[in-house]
Design a binder for this molecule. Structure first.
Ligand code: NAP
Length: 352
């Protein structure tokens, strides 16, 4: 039976359109489809992506347990406490990803968990095992174990496009980015510990899900940019901001995808609420060379000394975020992402 050709089909179609219209209401930033009273946990709620997610979850009527690393540090808490709905529906928890007990308290009583927290450090670090790999991998296992023990129904894990495409040569016949895995050996040779941490953490999440029967779904954002809620910049916004000071720092041999903070947060909510969503989800508006993004910024802001970067060496990719678009996500285009990111940096005094 084809819906739309029968009266029942008409009712179902109208209902789906009603749901879609509610979803798009929330996309425009007004109050969206609420899941009144449902309690969810956001690990890494203090961070740039986490705080956007907390904001949109509160807007939709959820009660949120958001985790921070230091409850006494106002730069981690104040921006969350001033979000609309925070007064009555936000609880902050101090956790360390390596301290299982601290995570159990944050997850207790939650129907869902968004595991966003992970060290987002893209420059070289003296101790990659301690600074990146342990919190990413053991931290993920700790969060999933606490979720399983606490009876959580679904966990959304924030992975990265860097767990997919960090590789000197991707095969020509890739149809969907979700089929790609980062080349760990190549990353080790190059000392690219951040992509390794994200890849191994995501693999650990899939293994856990399979072995313990926990419902896990993954979002893989590209380079996330846009208006910043916390007082501190994350790694992607710092890289972006440094361009305006003439920095020529660039991730090597990499195709990058670009995406707005709000769309990353919406993608997390969408895959949480749609129980039909399964597996990995590339989350980008567009994929291109980093040098092309920088050229676009230079064109939009000729008054700044934004450098021109040499072309990257990888062959072109035409991978897109079809899975998320099929779920109804309409990505904010890259030019608007750049403009909103610049406005935010100016208003917070990071660039003049
Ligand atoms: N930004 C991007 O372009 C991008 C792209 C793809 C994926 N991601 C992923 O998105 C997630 C959020 O990153 P972000 O860009 O929002 O960076 P961010 O602002 O630096 O946020 C990282 C969050 O993780 C928390 N965290 C780090 N180590 C922790 C530990 N040992 N114990 C407890 N919490 C810890 C941080 O807490 P504090 O605030 O207390 O430090 C912070 O809340 C990460 O998983 C990152 O890998 C980011």
């Amino acid at each position: 039976m084809i819906f739309g050709q029968t009266w029942l089909g008409g009712i179902v179609t109208s209902f789906l359109l009603f749901l879609l219209s509610k979803f798009h209401t929330s996309v425009s930033g007004e109050s969206g489809m609420a899941t009144e009273g449902e309690v969810v946990c956001v690990t890494g709620g203090s961070g740039c992506i986490g705080s956007w997610l907390v904001r949109l979850l509160l807007d939709r009527g959820y009660t949120v347990h958001a985790t921070v690393q230091d409850l006494k540090d106002e730069s981690e808490t104040k921006h969350l406490e001033s979000l609309e709905g925070a007064e009555t529906r936000l609880r902050l928890f101090q956790i360390d990803l390596l301290d299982y007990g601290s995570i159990v308290s944050a997850v207790k009583g939650c129907a869902g968990v968004f595991h966003v927290a992970s060290p987002n450090i893209i420059h070289q670090v003296p101790d990659p095992q301690k600074q990146l790999l342990d919190p990413a991998i053991k931290g993920t296992i700790n969060v999933l174990t606490a979720a399983k023990e606490g009876g959580v129904t679904r966990v959304v894990v924030t992975s990265s496009m860097m767990a997919m495409t960090t590789s000197p040569n991707l095969p020509d016949d890739i149809v969907e980015a979700e089929d790609c895995w980062t080349d760990i050996e190549y990353c080790k040779q190059k000392g690219l510990w951040y992509p390794i941490s994200k890849t191994l953490a995501e693999k650990a999440a899939w293994d856990f899900s399979k072995e313990k029967g926990l419902d896990v779904v993954v979002v893989n954002p590209g380079m996330v940019l846009g208006p910043v809620i916390p007082p501190r910049l994350n790694a992607s916004m710092l890289l972006f901001s440094n361009l305006f000071q003439g920095s020529t720092e660039a991730p090597e041999d990499l195709f990058m995808g670009y995406v707005h903070f709000k769309d990353v947060a919406l993608a997390h909510i969408l895959v949480y609420e749609n129980k039909s969503a399964t597996g990995r989800h590339l989350c980008v508006d567009s994929v291109s060379n980093y040098s092309d993004l920088v050229a676009k910024i230079a064109e939009l802001y000729p008054e700044y000394k934004v450098p021109r970067l040499p072309k990257d060496t990888q062959p072109g990719l035409t991978l897109g975020s079809k899975k998320l678009m099929d779920l109804g996500l309409q990505f904010i285009p890259v030019e608007q992402i750049i403009k909103e990111a610049v406005e935010s940096l100016k208003s917070k005094g990071f660039i003049s």
